[in-house]
Design a protein around this ligand. Structure first.
Ligand SMILES: NC(=O)C1=CN([C@@H]2O[C@H](COP(=O)(O)OP(=O)(O)OC[C@H]3O[C@@H](n4cnc5c(N)ncnc54)[C@H](O)[C@@H]3O)[C@@H](O)[C@H]2O)C=CC1
Ligand SMILES: O=C(O)CCC(=O)C(=O)O
Length: 441
């Protein structure tokens, strides 16, 4: 990456960072982009921390009558381009640094896609599989009560992420409306359609992933018909990605989830698998496939590899095994900095998370727009608008990749940071791009 900013302006070289802490990783990448854009250090000082992080304790009445307290967070990284926006994760490994990083990635996604949003993210430390439906509903409602002072359609708009879904968004909407005393559909996105959800939101992240894979395949002259793919994760994003790739004639030969994996060199029957998983809750033992050890997924001879689960999957251990030509980061933060270096050395074309999975927040934006105007679009309209935005964003990032001779991840950060910095300049926070900003007051 370009680096002709005087040493004194920015701290230690970013390439030294080998951390797997997503907050440290995103800060390093932000710093790199500030340097590449030759902006002054003030830009980095503004962006390196979320503007607001709330930690809450959520008491929940359990089915046995006892009270259990869960810890939750909401991080708002930036509201410079609009209200904070981003999902809510329920997972035992949720922690404050992860939530902060996820909110920073949201700021970048919104900027890259040209959405009028900042970045936010929430999480609760819980294994939802251990809760009954009633306990899950109580927790979802309790979380909204706890964070309600800082959220709202003009402040911060939540949405689904790992282990949360339209039903949970419906409970959360209902709790928020009860607290306000009237209907506020634009407070949350990813809701069931009957209460103001958008057509196409459930499919949006996977659809966006596939649009970006199709754009990458065009650049690399890889015909998608007959190409092969492997996917880690078969939740909302992984399953929808599989569905749309399958429709384009891509042969999906391997899929893993938290319980294990499956393989069929002739291609897995995705519609039948979706039906199977809706009953069994796992891909494991799907008829007509062989079971696969989860780690084997990364070494398969496929054209496209799609991590669609959690962070830190492409590491110094897994990256050397990868044979794919395209790595499409459907998950947030699936690649460590060391893993990334290996991918670069191997010449693998990476579609970075902040571009690849931004279809979800894009249709969430459409949902919020529809809620605000009280008029709803047909699914074809939503999908056409999504496609237009994703292709535009892909082109912006690809152009930066070529112009600055940086990889696609660096290019995506440069596009995102550049737009956020422009907004700070327009609002008077940054007086001069290259001179340190001095306040006279
Ligand atoms: N839901 C959305 O709209 C968006 C989600 N994302 C990201 O996509 C990723 C997946 O999110 P969702 O599909 O919504 O979550 P989900 O909860 O619907 O599905 C997660 C999937 O990952 C699997 N999984 C978990 N740990 C695994 C492991 N160690 N190995 C293999 N599989 C594992 C689970 O079994 C499940 O199939 C996350 O990184 C999330 O932040 C990004 C943008 C939007
Ligand atoms: O739909 C949204 O607002 C956010 C989705 C999300 O959490 C993400 O893109 O990581």
């Amino acid at each position: 990456m370009m680096n002709d900013v005087p040493e004194s302006k920015v701290e230690s070289p970013i390439t030294a960072n080998t951390s797997e802490n997503p907050y440290e990783i995103v800060k390093s990448l932000l710093k790199e982009s500030v340097m590449a854009l030759q902006l002054n250090e003030d830009v980095y000082r503004i962006l390196e921390k979320p503007i607001r992080v709330l930690e809450v304790s959520i008491p929940v009445r359990m089915d046995d009558g006892s009270i259990k307290s869960f810890t939750g967070y909401r991080s708002q990284h930036s509201d410079i381009l609009g209200p904070a926006k981003g999902g809510i994760r329920f997972h035992p490994n949720v922690n404050i640094d992860e939530v902060k990083a996820l909110s920073m990635w949201m700021s970048l996604k919104s900027a890259i896609l040209g959405l009028p949003f900042g970045g936010g993210k929430g999480g609760v430390i819980v294994d939802p599989r251990q809760l009954s439906e009633c306990e899950l509903e109580n927790l979802s409602r309790g979380y909204i009560r706890a964070i309600t002072p800082i959220i709202g359609p003009e402040k911060d708009i939540p949405a689904p992420d790992v282990n949360t879904n339209p039903q949970i968004m419906g409970w959360m909407l209902d709790e928020y409306d009860r607290l306000r005393g009237y209907n506020v559909p634009g407070f949350i996105t990813g809701k069931p359609i009957i209460v103001g959800g958008s057509q196409g939101r459930v499919e949006a992240t996977g659809r966006g992933v596939v649009i970006s894979i199709a754009e990458a395949a065009k650049k690399l002259n890889i015909p998608l018909q007959g190409a092969t793919a492997a996917i880690q994760g078969f939740g909302n994003v992984g399953s929808m990605t599989a569905k749309f790739l399958h429709q384009l004639g891509v042969k999906i030969v391997a899929i893993t989830d938290i319980k294990g994996g499956i393989y069929n060199e002739n291609g897995i029957d995705i519609p039948a698998l979706q039906q199977f998983v809706s009953n069994t809750k796992s891909v494991v033992d799907f008829p007509g496939t062989n079971n696969l050890e989860s780690e084997q997924l990364f070494s398969l001879p496929v054209d496209i590899l799609i991590p669609a689960a959690l962070e830190n999957q492409i590491t110094t251990e897994t990256a050397p095994q990868i044979q794919a030509k395209i790595l499409a980061e459907a998950a947030n933060g699936p690649t460590t900095p060391d893993g990334d270096r290996i991918l670069n050395e191997k010449g693998i074309f990476v579609i970075p998370d902040i571009l690849c999975n931004s279809g979800g927040v894009t249709v969430s934006y459409f949902e919020w727009v529809q809620n605000n105007m009280g008029y709803y679009w047909k699914e074809e309209e939503v999908n056409a608008k999504l496609e237009e935005k994703m292709i535009h964003a892909f082109e912006d990032v690809h152009k930066m990749h070529q112009e600055k001779q940086v990889n696609m991840r660096e290019a995506a950060y440069i596009v995102g940071v550049g737009r956020i910095a422009e907004a700070y300049k327009a609002r008077g926070w940054i007086k001069d791009w290259s001179m340190p900003f001095k306040c006279k007051a």
